[in-house]
Design a protein. Sequence first.
Length: 106
Amino acid sequence: MGFLRDNAEYFEKKAFEALEEKPRFVLLFAEQAIQLYIKYILAKEFGDYPKTHKISLLFEELSKITEDAMSFYEKYAEYLGLLEEANITTRYFGKEAASSKARISR
């Protein structure tokens, strides 16, 4: 299941590159990276992962491994929800998530 980790790392890298090249894709790539990192952890632990794009469901499954998963999700639910929304609107409606470039440091 190393391909999940590799793909997550790729999307993470692309999110940072998109800050300069195509800002409308930053949230899409970030959301994809989070999904794939969680799926990688689940696959490593359980041998499989849910075939879903819902971050809330992925965190629910992740909470079976660590208690901190749901508290993290609840703390950042608003932001994670925005990531999910950005994924859909960027892919299917061409919507820009924000008009100004944000600076994010690693």
